[in-house]
Design a protein around this ligand. Structure first.
Ligand SMILES: [Zn+2]
Length: 1259
């Protein structure tokens, strides 16, 4: 009989609709065909009675969605009576909900199934159990028979149960009381229709069912309508079978799902023929009786079941973790009894052990090898369960084939990597479970490959599951990490006060397996964080907060959703007991944004300035670039232990406390400005970095150079101090960046290769990168630059792009050809521009010849800003003009000049180059002239610096320097008294001598003690000559400041006064040769120290006092003690205390530093700020560090040896800024420095970070 279409064809269309919305089910009444079950391989229960019949089996393609795509809404699962089920089931009912014939069908079905499991003893779980379980009594041996039900009395009287739990599954769908793989059979009789959280329950069933076990969900057509879920009431029998089938399908990977009719439909006896009845009437009567009996039997309650089979897990040493166990670890379970496989049985445990025993050689990553990912993750859902010393991270990744990865441009040499490549550090991330499209029976090497740092899921494995699902695959992982052991502070770590992440550049792979590269932009749809509510009441991640609440046992959870696709390096999580302040900002389109700043409770009072800075930054970016913030919430968290200054994670910026906390008593003016600049920087990244990000890490300068430039503009404009800001920025470029260019780490702003990306967060990428962006602005002008920015966002918003894309946007928006300018991205080293000039008095023609040399084969495009000043009048006769130097050598002509001029070249430092006279000699007269007359604030300062440097160099080289010193003193005195200088900060900078490291760059072989002494000599010589003027100026300023009262301000005027007064103080105290002078200096500095109204003055005086010797010793020791006591444990102040001592100019400074490092209770290598304060500061104290006996080097080697094991990133950075510059020193120093590098290189288990630096350093 087959008058209807076969079920297999029909059900497809039907179930597809059902899975979209079950509400349509009622519209279909689908007749179905009974088919005999064909399971010949099974030992079957033999009975003469008819047995259960297969209606159909469900396949994956019967459903529209895939596992994990739960299709049902709250409305589908709603009930008429939503009152507490305990009330409903409070009184025992002791009723059966189906008739006897249905019960006997069920029991017979059980007998068949149980027998075919072919086990000596069965452990059974009866869900929604009551006083009777209908289990067959004969021929089956039971182990544990456990009931979970609503009524204690009923359960207690169920004779078949060995154990029971009273539990409302609708309230509490998890079954943490059962370990994984606890049962052979899970059954449920006529209750599936009442489950309102079927997903969780079915997931749990899959978890606790043993491989090879079965789940049998049976039901009839009766129910309590008020308690059944809405879609059940609207469905017919087939619809109900489908609902239950879909529960299996969407919850976990069941090996088979089968719908069964259990009812023994007895066939109607064959009617005797009329002839036979005529012959034998009793035959007719017998037939009538038999037929009536069959009819009666067949009329009773129908009985159906949907069976789920859970077949063998073949993964060696792995227990499959049920989805729910991972997503919501058992509420009652704690660290020790969370049901997860142990870490030593993790899938990647063997690899982790092998890597530890035998670390692979570090591999260089090259820019030219970039290939798009063959598969990318488009959606992510993450679950963090934070326990003490154990955090379980589950991820659900939606994976798609990457359209960008065409067969053509894919030059993958390794066949293994044509699948989904997930990065993960096996040493820190223990992989506990893995499934692809619900298949957890994956075999290593066949289905996936574990390699150092990588988990590769083969393309075949992915394609297997993707047959009918728009090419989307679901990959799930569960890993365990220990943030408490993470001293590298990369990934998720706990510093004793809170849990915090740092993912840039490659920290996310220390959290979970993921395509941890910036070109994989995915939507982080759901990030759930759960932790102990007492320790971590604040749970933060990116985007918007969706839900927040309490679990049992004092645990809290929060769920976050970030609508903007982002790479993994922008992910952030913070969990801790934090205080906060908040405010709102209304954007230019009128949206209100909530701004919240978090810190440890004790620091909450120090967050206000940063919050105000953020509001200024938001407004500035709207006004300057038209860029508006895009979410309703912006969070900032201050963290004590942090490798970087701050991190721009989408809407959850994390800051090193030193870059966000301010307080007049503990913060200097410089720190206030730094906080404002860094707050701006991280905020600006929301567009330049987050909305448009880097395709690969070689493009880091795309986001960093641009954002540094933006924060420099912001700081200068918002404080109306562009020249001062420019001087400060150039000091850094000429200091650390030029030094980098001179050493073995020299690289272009877009490097070509790296071993550890963390080593390329360099001054070159950031600072020179910002200079390159500034050159676009200089060349194109403010409007042209803005046009380019607008086009850049228009083209690339939401994308991961390259430096070439930025250049193209700038060129296209302005219709100019910038191809020559592109060479800046690939040229390392500092270009040199030489100048020479000629003036023809008769024609009034001035010719300026500029020539360039650099490591670029072809000439660079260098914008050189020039102004001309009349030598006789000091008037500017040609205002700033940008000359475009594009050839190796070019001559620029200025005509109609009335008299001789002095050129002010490279105004405002218009390009990151060294500018030198073609003759090789600096004209000290011209320098002195510009130092007093130049209209360009920057060049005026710069000319004075060059003049001072010339004097110091002459002292070092022991050549006649009296004339030069006279000129220096004249210039100094003139600057001191110049009434045209209205900004005290400008005057202060103009009076400061170049630093020792600046002078060091001007010599071929650095002799640090000689530089130190020469500079000191020039300083004290100046001071002695103008002492009276200095003292008068110092006292005038003191009086002016005192007159202002005690209110502490950080405005330009107040800051300038303090800066200038501290410069005077330093000059005055540099006169300290005789005992009397020492006493005088100590008294002045001590008075300054004790009367300081803020940290700026106090620190300036402390710096001077810390270097005092002779008669000043007691003042020094008193200051060291007082500064420490006044700090009152404030870590940022204690850092300054360490740093000032490490920087002191004293003969025994190394002994002091060694003492502090080895025995001061406040010193620790674990805190990067503290470590930098003492160790790095000492390494920067050139005269002491480079003492010729090599003890300074040995001390640093000792510290790096220890530090590398704690925090390789900080160790590598410290080495990069000290030992690797050995070539610039004499042979003795060089060989001692090299010896320490060799020692570090040969350390067992040296980190990749440090190894890369020392290896390059030795070349
Ligand atoms: Zn940045």
């Amino acid at each position: 009989m087959n008058q209807h279409p076969p079920i297999s064809k029909l059900k497809k269309s039907l179930f597809a609709i059902i899975s979209i919305s079950i509400r349509f089910v009622g519209a279909f009444t689908v007749p179905f065909d009974f088919q005999s079950r064909t399971t010949p391989h099974r030992q079957r229960y033999t009975s003469e009675q008819l047995t259960a019949k297969t209606i159909c089996t469900f396949d994956d393609d019967d459903f529209a969605g895939t596992q994990g795509d739960w299709p049902y809404t709250a409305a589908d699962l709603n009930r008429l009576d939503n009152s507490d089920d305990y009330v409903f089931y409070d009184t025992p009912r002791f009723v059966t909900h189906i008739d006897d014939s249905a019960i006997s069908s069920l029991t017979r079905f059980y007998q068949q199934e149980f027998t075919s499991l072919n086990k000596e003893s069965l452990d059974v779980l009866d869900l929604c159990s009551s006083w009777i379980s209908h289990l067959p009594k004969d021929g089956i041996t039971y182990g544990n028979v456990v009931g979970v039900g609503m009524n204690e009395q009923e359960l207690a009287s169920n004779e078949q149960l060995t154990n029971f739990y009273v539990q409302d599954l609708n309230k509490d769908p998890l079954l943490p009381q059962f370990e994984d793989n606890s049962f052979d059979v899970i059954c449920n009789v006529v209750s599936v229709d009442y489950l309102t959280k079927p997903l969780e329950i079915f997931q749990e069933m899959h978890r606790i069912l043993r491989p090879g076990g079965v789940s049998l969900m049976s039901f009839s057509n009766r129910c309590f309508p008020s308690k059944a879920i809405a879609m059940w009431l609207q469905a017919d029998d087939i619809g109900r079978l489908t609902i239950v089938g879909s529960y299996y399908h969407y919850s976990a990977k069941w090996t088979s799902i089968e719908a069964l009719d259990l009812k023994d439909m007895l066939p109607t006896p064959k009617r005797p023929s009329a002839g036979e009845i005529m012959k034998n009437p009793s035959l007719g009567l017998a037939w009538m009786n038999a037929a009536a009996a069959v009819a009666k039997n067949n009329q009773g309650d129908p009985m159906f079941a949907v069976k789920g089979e859970h077949h063998i897990t073949t993964m060696a040493n792995t227990t499959v973790v049920g989805e729910s166990a991972a997503a919501h670890p058992p509420k009652k379970a704690r660290t020790d009894d969370v049901v997860l496989p142990s870490v030593d049985k993790a899938l990647n445990a063997a690899l982790a052990a092998a890597m530890k025993a035998n670390p692979p050689a570090p591999k260089e990553v090259r820019r030219v090898d970039y290939t798009p990912l063959p598969f990318k993750v488009t959606k992510v859902s993450l679950d963090f369960n934070i326990f003490e010393r154990r955090t379980v991270v589950s991820s659900v990744l939606t994976v798609e084939k990457n359209d960008l990865a065409t067969a053509n441009d894919s030059n993958i040499t390794n066949d293994d990597e044509d699948g989904l490549v997930l990065n993960g550090e096996e040493g820190g991330v223990a992989l506990l479970a893995l499934s692809v499209d619900g298949v957890d029976t994956l075999t290593p090497d066949d289905d996936y490959i574990l390699k150092p740092g990588k988990l590769i899921i083969k393309a075949e494995t992915l394609h297997r599951g993707a047959s009918n699902l728009d090419g989307k695959m679901i990959v799930r992982t569960t890993v365990e990490i220990v943030p408490e052991d993470n001293t590298q502070l990369s990934g998720l770590y706990n510093d004793g006060t809170m849990y915090c992440t740092q993912c840039e550049a490659e920290g996310f792979r220390r959290i979970t397996y993921y395509p941890d590269r910036p070109d994989n932009m995915a939507t982080f749809e759901r990030v759930r964080i759960e932790a102990d509510g007492n320790k971590c009441p604040v749970l933060l991640s990116n985007g918007n907060l969706v839900e927040k609440g309490s679990c049992d046992d004092g645990r809290e959870y929060a769920i976050w959703h970030d609508p903007f696709p982002k790479p993994s390096y922008l992910f952030a999580l913070v969990a801790g007991d934090l205080g906060s302040i908040e405010d709102t900002f209304t954007t230019m389109s009128g949206r209100s944004v909530l701004l919240r700043f978090f810190s440890e409770h004790k620091n909450v009072g120090k967050l206000n300035y940063a919050l105000e800075s953020l509001k200024r930054a938001m407004q500035w970016d709207e006004e300057t670039f038209g860029l508006e913030y895009d979410l309703d919430l912006f969070n900032v968290v201050a963290v004590e232990s942090f490798n970087m200054g701050a991190m721009e994670n989408k809407s959850l910026n994390v800051f090193n406390t030193s870059c966000v906390l301010t307080d007049p008593v503990t913060s200097s003016d410089a720190e206030y400005f730094r906080v404002e600049g860094i707050i701006g920087h991280e905020y600006f990244h929301n567009w330049t970095g987050n909305r448009v990000t880097c395709r690969d890490w070689f493009q880091l300068t795309l986001k960093e150079g641009l954002t540094v430039y933006r924060d420099q503009l912001f700081s200068g404009q918002v404080n109306n101090c562009a020249s001062v800001t420019r001087i400060q920025n150039v000091l850094v470029v000429r200091g650390s960046q030029f030094q980098e260019d001179d050493g073995p780490m020299s690289h272009p702003i877009r490097p070509d290769s790296y071993i550890a990306m963390d080593n390329f967060y360099t001054s070159t990428v950031y600072r020179k990168g910002a200079e390159v962006i500034r050159m676009y602005d200089t060349i194109l002008g403010t409007d042209g630059f803005r046009k380019g920015m607008d086009l850049y966002f228009k083209r690339h918003d939401g994308c991961a792009v390259t430096c070439d894309d930025f250049l193209a946007a700038m060129a296209d928006a302005n219709g100019v050809d910038l191809s020559q300018f592109a060479r800046w991205y690939s040229t390392s080293g500092t270009p040199v521009v030489t100048y020479s000039s000629a003036f023809d008095q008769d024609s009034g023609l001035y010719q300026l010849t500029l020539s360039q040399s650099s490591r670029s084969e072809d000439p660079l495009f260098i914008p050189v800003a020039v102004g001309l000043i009349d030598k006789a009048t000091g008037e500017e006769v040609v205002p700033t003009t940008v000359l475009q130097l594009k050839e190796t050598s070019q001559t620029f002509e200025f005509s109609n000049l009335k008299g001789e001029v002095v050129a002010s070249i490279l105004r405002n430092f218009s390009a990151p180059v060294k500018i030198v006279s073609a003759s090789g000699n600096v004209d000290e007269g011209d320098l002195a002239f510009l130092a007093s007359c130049d209209t360009d604030g920057f060049n005026r300062w710069d000319s004075a610096q060059k003049l001072y440097e010339a004097a110091i160099l002459k002292v070092i080289n022991n050549v006649a320097h009296d004339d030069c010193l006279d000129r220096v003193i004249d210039t100094f005195r003139q600057t001191l008294k110049d009434e045209k200088i209205s900004d005290d900060s400008i005057r202060a900078y103009a009076l400061m001598l170049p630093s020792e490291s600046t002078v060091a760059k001007a010599v071929d072989c650095i002799d640090p003690p000689a530089i130190h002494n020469a500079r000191k000599h020039v300083k004290s010589t100046i001071a002695r000559c103008v002492k009276d003027d200095l003292l008068r100026a110092y006292n005038d300023l003191t009086a002016a400041i005192d007159a202002d009262g005690t209110t502490f301000n950080v405005d330009g005027l107040s800051v300038g006064r303090r800066r200038l007064r501290n410069v005077y103080l330093a000059y005055l105290c540099s006169i300290c040769e005789t005992g009397e002078e020492q006493r005088e200096a100590a008294d002045l500095a001590t008075k300054h120290f004790n009367s300081a109204t803020g940290m700026t003055d106090k620190l300036a005086a402390f710096n001077i006092l810390a270097s005092m010797s002779g008669e000043g010793e007691s003042a020094r020791d008193a200051a060291i003690e007082k500064f420490y006591n006044d700090a009152n444990g404030d870590p940022l102040v204690i850092n300054k205390w360490f740093s000032v001592q490490a920087d002191a100019s004293l003969p025994d400074v190394l002994d002091r530093v060694v003492n502090l490092a080895s025995s001061h209770p406040d010193f620790t290598l674990k805190n990067p700020n503290r470590c930098r304060a003492l160790v790095l500061t000492f390494a920067m104290n050139a005269a002491a560090f480079h003492a010729e006996d090599g003890r300074g080097y040995k001390f640093l080697g000792d510290m790096l040896d220890k530090l590398d094991k704690v925090n390789p990133i900080v160790a590598a950075r410290t080495a990069a800024s000290s030992l690797i510059g050995w070539k610039k020193y004499n042979e003795k120093r060089a060989s001692l420095m090299k010896a320490q590098l060799e020692r570090l290189k040969s350390m067992p288990n040296v980190s990749n970070d440090l190894l890369e630096i020392v290896t390059k350093g030795l070349k």
